[in-house]
Design a protein around this ligand. Structure first.
Ligand code: MN
Ligand code: MN
Length: 456
């Protein structure tokens, strides 16, 4: 019996076969990342994969039975994958895994297009917790949907193909940046200055003298998408970093990408569900939207819809939904801040999670004395520990940073508020919420193993 606890490095423990499995799994994950720049992209990808795995559309009016596999895409942005098991749902509840598929980005304002000094711009409104200075001087891609009159819609994706143009937010050159450099990081780039250049070619044949570049861009947009300026008011468009997920380091042990938070948890929970066909449990895998702005609205984790889905399952079997929820268990699969030796002071090194050391459990999150946190019950943590250990899952436990450094939350509390035992299990991330975030292939694979164990 080991008296002393020592955190294990997955790469040190893994044999050749395991290492191969870790690297192979990462290839599938990177492909999913590249398809899932926005929650709509992730929902598309999930729908496609679910259909490939024999899932059929879900209906609230349906009576489900054991063996059924259903997918429900709520308003193009929020995904429920449901696998109905053979065991009694009232007695055993359901197993729920929730990750979010929205990531910090720059949303486009309702009246976004303007021209200034011969350049045409799009005005943005940043979404979620971004460090604004990180979003200038890098290639940006435009994603989303625009509603045209009469219910027609058009999908937009510009900047991901090598032949596409990209969009660009300027910054001050260092030669003239003396005043800017003296400002605190948080105020050096004001939100209202995050305007992206979208054109520079004036319409020479235009009779109007003003805004000739804007006129030319509107003409281009009308030709390509059939849209007029007012249609931006009925759109959901955003700018995200252009480009694909990339291996990092000579050994390729890490992956840098936009949007690891929280696709790095969405992919493991989904793939684990697909691998759990023969599990007796009823399992729900949820891709949630709006986590980065508080989980409100029809597609966020605070929506009643998650309850409605559980109730639909309960009603299918004539079970009491209250008892089903009470006996259910949830993994809130979200990222946490991995220890960064370059910024060691914001962590408490004995109670943080480390890159390469496996799935990261956060018993609680919150800030200012666990404020606003789901603090999982010891009994539930113990139950999960046993499951992970019996299945050889590499896991570690830590807090999100040092006590007074700040803090953060996840969807865990919203699921727990339904009376469902919930705990955060995710992946440690470096540079979280940056345009490019960093994770370990060993950790995303460990979370996949953890989700498999939870579904088993
Ligand atoms: Mn997150
Ligand atoms: Mn986040």
């Amino acid at each position: 019996m080991e008296l002393k606890y020592t955190r294990k490095n997955v790469y040190k423990e893994a044999d050749g076969k395991q290492l191969k499995a870790i690297y192979k799994y990462a290839e599938g994950y990177k492909k999913f990342l590249d398809e899932s720049k926005t929650e709509r992209g992730a929902a598309h990808a999930a729908e496609r994969l679910a259909i490939e795995h024999g899932y059929k559309p879900f209906s609230f009016a349906e009576k489900l039975k054991a063996g059924d596999k259903r997918y429900f895409i709520n308003r193009q942005k929020n995904v429920f994958l449901i696998k109905v098991g053979s065991e009694n749902v009232e007695e055993h509840g359901v197993r729920i895994m929730v990750a979010h598929v929205d990531s910090p980005r720059l949303d486009i304002k309702p009246n976004p297009v303007y021209e200034e000094s011969g350049l045409c711009y799009l005005k943005t409104h940043y979404y979620g917790g971004v460090k604004k200075y990180q979003w200038t001087a890098l290639p940006l891609a435009l994603h989303g949907v625009v509603m045209l009159p009469d219910g027609k819609s058009v999908e937009v994706c510009v900047g991901e193909d090598d032949n596409d143009p990209i969009f660009y937010i300027t910054d001050i050159l260092p030669h003239l940046g003396r005043e800017q450099a003296a400002k605190p990081l948080g105020t050096a780039i004001p939100g209202e200055s995050l305007n992206a250049v979208i054109g520079a070619l004036p319409a020479v044949d235009d009779e109007e003298e003003k805004e000739t570049v804007k006129a030319a861009i509107l003409k281009l947009l009308n030709k390509k998408y059939g849209l007029t300026e007012i249609d931006f008011q009925c759109s959901e468009l955003c700018l995200v970093p252009a480009g694909k997920a990339r291996d990092v380091g000579f050994d390729g042990a890490l992956i840098a990408s936009y949007g690891h938070d929280d696709k790095v948890c969405a992919y493991p929970e989904m793939t684990a569900l697909f691998e759990s066909e023969n599990s007796p449990h009823t399992i729900i895998s949820v891709f949630s939207d709006k986590e980065e702005v508080g989980s409100d609205g029809t597609t966020g984790a605070q929506s009643r819809i998650i309850c409605d889905v559980i109730d639909t399952i309960a009603n299918s079997f004539g079970a009491n939904p209250i008892i089903v929820r009470y006996n259910s268990k949830c993994i809130s699969a979200d990222v946490t801040a991995g220890f960064d030796p370059e910024f060691a002071s914001v962590f408490e090194k004995r109670n943080t999670t480390y890159i390469n050391c496996g799935a990261a459990i956060s018993k609680y999150t919150g800030s200012g004395g666990k404020g606003g946190s789901n603090d999982a019950n010891a009994e539930y943590v113990g139950w999960l520990r046993d499951i992970f250990d019996k299945n050889g899952v590499y896991w570690q436990m830590g807090e999100l940073g040092a006590i007074d450094a700040g803090g953060g939350g996840t969807v865990a509390k919203f699921i727990a508020n339904l009376g469902i035992d919930t705990i955060d299990v995710g992946v440690p991330v470096l540079s979280m919420h940056a345009p490019y975030e960093l994770i370990s292939k060993a950790d995303v694979y460990s979370l996949y193993q953890a989700c498999l164990a939870f579904c088993k």
